[in-house]
Every structure is written in structure tokens, then in C-alpha cells.
Design a protein around this ligand. Sequence first.
Ligand SMILES: [Zn+2]
Length: 275
Amino acid sequence: MPELPEVENVGRALLESLQGRRLTGLEVMFPGVLGQSPRVTRRALLGARLTDLHRRGKYLILHFRRPDGTPAYLMVHLRMTGQIFILDGYIPDKHVHVVLDFEGVPVHYRDIRKFGRLTLVEDGREPAAMAHVGPDMLTVKPREWLERMARRRAPIKGYLLDQGIASGLGNIYADESLFLAGVHPLTRPCDLDETTLRLVLRRAKQVLRLAIRHGGTTFMNFTNFRGKPGNFRRKLRVYGRAGQPCRDCDTTLKKITVAGRGTVFCPECQRVPAG
Ligand SMILES: [Zn+2]
């Protein structure tokens, strides 16, 4: 599943390749990935120029300006297996559901499980469709995040995945953040002092920034917009490494289930705090 760094990279690529270009074609093979009908989507966007882009968590909002000067916004949520390709000579397969044409530059939306959505929204930053999405994990202020986390009484890993608290972390970077902070995934935030909680946030931001620089992590079907794998996987400390030795202390990494998700941690480096 693409997480914040992968989505950030998609957003940067879209802006770099398409900013200032007009949407001149919208081909729809499977309307189910659109939030509105193809007709409504075309009417809103055809002829409009891509001016900007906003990302919060794993959501992108493309900002358009129509010929009459009014704005239009398209929210992109890749969900499980959504991918965007901006490639010369890309040959679409049966999983490509939408092709957006920007004055001769085609953008392919591919989604094997079809859970992703391209939805027209009424606002470029705070649309109603994102009311349930918390602040972005990369830019959330520590004070705000602490208010949302402190005193919570279930395992911290679940709260890191909760997009309503802060948006952007998925299973990969949640496990990595907890390892780097030395916090056991079953720890309850109410049992952590403020310093340790702040450390978890700092480590989460660090691992996200590092992953963005490395083009994200390649897993399952995810490759980046150029069809290349991200190369962050070899930097991962715990995710996908259950049964292998911890890179810091050689202890065998363990896998448990937390909040319904497979969770890998080091029993030595990530201790449950006393009490
Ligand atoms: Zn260790």
C-alpha cells in the first residue's frame, strides 16, 4: 500500500511534468474508480489547466483553473494498489482504468484492486471528503500531535496507523518509526512520558523524509511513476524482516499482530516500559 512517501513522490512527478498544462482528454475504461460519472468529471475538468497540487497524508488534491477562471479540484486517493504512470511509450494493460491527457502527455491511472478513487471535490485543501483525515504526519505540530496521542489507552501502533490522528503512516513506516524510537508496538501512549512521545513523532518524520528522498519503498505492485522501484526497501530496519537479526543488536526480530496488522519489532531494542 502506498504510504506518504510514495504519494509525495507521485505528487512531485505530476507537478513537475504537468504544471501549467491543460487537461485535453479523459478516457475512462472503468468508471468505478471515479467519484463522479465520466460525463460530470469531463465537464468539470476538460480544458482546465493544472496549476498546483496539495498533499495531506496519502491524499493528493490536483488544483485546476478552468478557461472561465473558476477553480476545480480533483482528489486522488491511491488506496491499496493505485498507481500513476507518466511514461513515454507506456503500454496500458487491463488494470489501467483512466487515462488523462495533458496536451499530449498521457497520465495512466492503474489499480489492480480498484479501491483507489479520483474524486471531484469543492475545496483544494479542506474538502468535506477529507473531514475525517487528520493533519499531515510530516507537518503536524508536535503540540497538536501530543494532544491527540497522549492518554490513549490501546497499543501505540494502532494510533500511528489511525489516519484521523495524523495522516500518512502505514504499516511499513509505523514499524520503522517505533523501532527507531525504541518503543515497543504494544506500549500504550498513556504510559509514555512526553519526551518519548515526541521522540516517536520525530523518528516518524525522519523516516518519512528519508523514504521520500529514496523514492519510497517498493513492495508488492508498487513502482513509482516512471515504472521504477523505489529503493528504500534495503534501508528498512524491521518491516519485512521478521526472523532475521536486528541490525543494531543481533536479536531475532519478532512478528506479532497489533491492531489487526502484522507488526515486526526487536524485543531487545524496543522494550515495554515498566508499568
Ligand atoms: Zn535490536
